[in-house]
Design a protein around this ligand. Structure first.
Ligand code: ATP
Length: 516
């Protein structure tokens, strides 16, 4: 019998539009190991995993699972065989409890109603078996992101998963939650389960994975035992060259305040108070980082700052102008603000439109794209070609629809447009989420360059390494309030930030001073 629980051999995938996402990929995974799947944006990782999970069908190639060749593979068969997948966007019902979510679609029934007692016992047994405690009777909407992810993992386990695929599992976690997740993954492999995870964070690979497979432009370029290689080796395999990840930064030269919010309050439709008196000021020539676990008010703050939402109370000043009468994002843009939204598929890009159209969606009426009211298609295409090169957008060409790009490359389209809008304020909300190391490094350097050119950058990020490396000052949000302010980030660590993000610590008003 083969030492591999999974072998994907010579996998090809040609999408109906002609894009070849996998060009003879090989992946071999041993039983009981944590296997990291690495590669740049668009390298074909998600496609390969979708094929394994039965969401997409391979154009060519063979899959062997436990020595058995899979024929006519589908998602139902994958689950039946014990293959589970935890997606980046959780697929839970917020208004249901943890137990209800876990057993949804497979409830033990008693008459016509769900037998909650049986379901609870069942879920409790699984969670204890693998050391994955979850609050069984709390509603999913009231639990933390880390807990939601754990619920997703338990969901796969109760369906009998032996091989669990995790797609960028740590992108939304605090350092403390990441430690917990890694412990859980170790418990799973100790119990004989196998884990494949997609990530762009090489320090995590070093910490948790046993082996790696690296894809580049649709092909397997190598596999290795993690103990035998360095992070540098991994990035070279991924990118094909050395990547210098240290950002050299001159001290900031902050100038006038460009953006200020005072005492913002906001309550969600369901009555939850998301902002409880948030005030901060952003100066030209500085990067102000906002740390916080998702769901602590950062989204609402960004929505209000960019004109997508109105606060219940409080004021917003853009270049000293009170924006109380401006209630749409265009007016905030006109006032000199660029915005890289966290949810690029909803707010950042127009999926059906082409890359070249998306790149000028905020400036099509201006020269050189429009002359005397007539669009210049030549200028539009030329602009796109330049940006595709500069921002390394992996595509067949400017006329490709954005929906055909990989997640990371869609983000590059949005970033390219926003960085070239000549704004003096940039609001960057999770700008490098899902972006590969070389591209993320490019975006961070660009943020610093914009800062050096006098732009005020507000950076909201769940990636604490990024926040610490890039920001000049950092504030932490917890339960709709600013609970910590750091005007000097040189001595700050991820662990310290994590303590404020989880509400373990809170600064007093005096400690925070009145500087932001
Ligand atoms: N449904 C689809 N139709 C057409 N092309 C697609 C589709 N899904 C992905 N692609 C293309 O296939 C290639 C590989 O994309 P895939 O999502 O597998 O990459 P990835 O390595 O997961 O990237 P990322 O790190 O950005 O998520 C890309 O060029 C992408 O544009």
């Amino acid at each position: 019998m083969s030492e591999y629980v999974l072998e994907m051999r010579n996998i090809w995938k040609v999408y109906p539009n002609g894009v070849t996402a996998n060009k003879g990929v090989d992946l071999k995974v041993k039983k009981g190991e944590i296997h990291a799947l690495l590669g740049e944006n668009g390298a074909g990782k998600s496609t390969l995993m979708k094929i394994l999970f039965g969401f997409e069908r391979a154009t060519e190639g063979e899959i062997y699972y436990n020595g058995e060749k899979l024929e006519n593979h589908t998602a139902d068969k994958a689950i039946e065989l014990g293959i589970g997948m935890v997606h980046q966007h959780f697929m839970l019902v917020p208004s249901l409890t943890v137990v209800e979510n876990v057993v949804l679609g497979m409830e033990p029934t008693k008459g016509f109603s769900i037998d909650l007692k049986k379901a609870t016992e069942f879920v409790e047994k699984e969670m204890n078996k693998y050391g994955l405690p979850v609050p069984l009777h709390e509603k999913v909407k009231d639990i933390s992101v880390g807990m939601k992810q754990r619920v997703e993992i338990i969901k796969t386990l109760v369906r009998g998963a032996d091989l669990i695929i995790l797609d960028e599992p740590t992108a939304v976690l605090t350092p403390q939650e990441t430690v917990e997740l890694f412990k859980a993954l170790k418990n799973l492999t100790a119990a004989g389960k196998t884990v494949i995870f997609i990530t762009h964070k090489l320090n995590e690979v070093k910490e948790i994975a046993d082996r790696i497979t690296v894809l580049r432009r649709g092909k397997t370029v190598g596999e290795a035992e993690v103990k035998n290689i360095t992070e540098k080796d991994m990035s070279r395999m991924m990118v094909g060259r050395d990547v210098d990840l240290n950002i050299e930064k001159k001290p900031a030269q902050p100038g006038n305040v460009v953006l200020e919010v005072k005492n913002l309050h906001f309550t969600r439709n369901d009555g939850v108070k998301m902002l409880k008196g948030v005030s901060l000021a952003l100066r030209e020539g500085e990067i102000l980082g906002i740390a916080g676990v998702e769901g602590n008010g950062q989204t609402e703050l960004v929505d209000i700052i960019t004109g997508m939402e109105k606060p219940e109370d409080g004021e917003i000043f853009v270049f000293g102008k009170n924006m109380k009468d401006s209630d749409n994002p265009h007016e905030f843009r006109k006032a000199g603000m660029s915005f890289i939204p966290a949810d690029r598929m909803i707010w950042g890009a127009s999926k059906e439109d082409t890359i070249e159209e998306n790149l000028i969606s905020d400036r099509f009426y201006k020269e050189p794209f429009s002359k005397r009211g007539v669009l210049s298609y030549k200028a539009i295409t030329e602009n796109a070609k330049k940006m595709i090169k500069e921002f390394d957008i992996r595509t067949d060409g400017p006329k490709t629809a954005v929906k055909m790009l990989s997640g990371g490359n869609i983000q590059k389209v949005v970033v390219a447009r926003e960085f070239t809008a000549n704004s003096k304020i940039i609001i960057a909300d999770q700008p490098t989420r899902g972006i590969d190391i070389a591209a993320a490094d490019f975006i961070r350097r660009r943020l610093v360059k914009e800062r050096d050119n006098g732009v005020g950058v507000l950076l909201v990020s769940a990636d604490l390494t990024e926040l610490l490396e890039t920001s000049d000052r950092i504030v932490v949000m917890y339960h709709g309030e600013i609970v910590a302010k750091f005007d000097d980030v040189s001595q700050l660590t991820e662990t310290i930030l994590g303590e404020y993000m989880l509400g373990i610590k809170k600064m007093s008003a005096e400690e925070m001073g009145d500087k932001s």
